[in-house]
Design a protein around this ligand. Sequence first.
Ligand code: URA
Length: 453
Amino acid sequence: MRPPAEVIRHPRPPAEVIRSKRDGHALADADIEAFVRGLVDGGWSDAQAAALAMAVVWRGMDGRETTTLTRAMTHSGQVLRWADARFGKPAIDKHSTGGVGDKLSLMLAPMLAACGAVVPMISGRGLGHTGGTLDKLEALPGYRVQVEPDEFARVLHAAGCAIVSAGPQLAPADRRLYALRDVTATVESVPLITASILSKKLAAGLDALVLDVKCGAGAFAPTPATAQALAESLVRVGTAAGLPTRALITDQDAVLGHTAGNALEVREALDFLTGRDGGAAHDTEPVQRAVTLALGAQLLVLAGLAADEAAATAALQRALASGAAAEHFARMVRALGGPADVLNDAQLPTAPVQRAVPAPRAGVVASQDTRALGLAVVALGGGRLRPGDAVDPRVGLAAVRPRGHRVAAGEPLAVVHAADEAAAEQAVRAVQAAFTLADAAPAQPPAVQGVVA
Ligand code: URA
């Protein structure tokens, strides 16, 4: 039954707006704009903002409300324009809805730069059980994620890519709401994720955007139907705002690659970029490589930098094989204050305690409770339980065995990197419980499950 129509006079106090959404009404544009203003000027308290977020999780928002929220959050701060920077290249970016072991941005940004794009990548921090690109990069000593717009442009000129935080001036409404959602179980909402991601991307002045909508146990969209709805919402709102946008729905029913945890993931990304991982021929977890190439190919075509996906994929592979992508990464790290020779001496911190997680029986890895693995990394200190918590860059999971991998009883399913013995012990138990072993290899879902254009 439709809720009865309301007679509304604006502006309304926060509690009235929350009550409307709680009771299932669509909010007026003025209510949404007042909420976003209140996020920035403090007119809405943390409790009120989190209550509205929870009401949206339950009651949703229609297309108009989502577009209004996105637009208001985009204009809650500065909107960058790159025309004056005279790159002479399209400004493009990819963004993920959040995953476990999702280090794709670290690999893709320099690959795209090596293929002739500029990549002004505004990234986020860990959210819920998922990791954040900024937390990963801060594992590199000295790497500064916060830059003023003129330095942002300088780094882009020097390296072709810059992975940085939104800074106080970009989409400040999202910064406050994101931190609250992280700790109030209000991440999983199509309109809130849409507005959060797109507000930062629209404020970044892009020419093209591809979204990696993760689907599965480690994603905020656990089912194909939710992932499809999120992909469609992102593409609809992005395109309506004038930004050419595509979305790929990709597999996150397992940890991506072999690591989850900040410094460990940077190490894996470096090995990928430099070919020290042995390249495609030695990849025992091909989803990460396949998704990286697919996202990159979509973007290069969308931005007019490649004629078709085959040509784009070949260009991305050349960028890896020639070392050009690695070189762009190194230039970015140097320009942002990180180690001067990151490819050879990344100076990544290591955890004092490393413990293998023994398989309780022989078998094939049939599935991973990926969310539980992400939460194990958070519990180790690799993510946040409260806004503002410091993260420990050293901790996480390494050598995570992929689906289909056969182990003997007692062989490692993963290696826990922990700050102390007690944390390691707890994580070993959590990781063991998160793996399901079977007698036969399970069918693998495709790495890319759909494209929304
Ligand atoms: N990434 C974001 O930037 N925001 C979300 O809400 C979820 C993932």
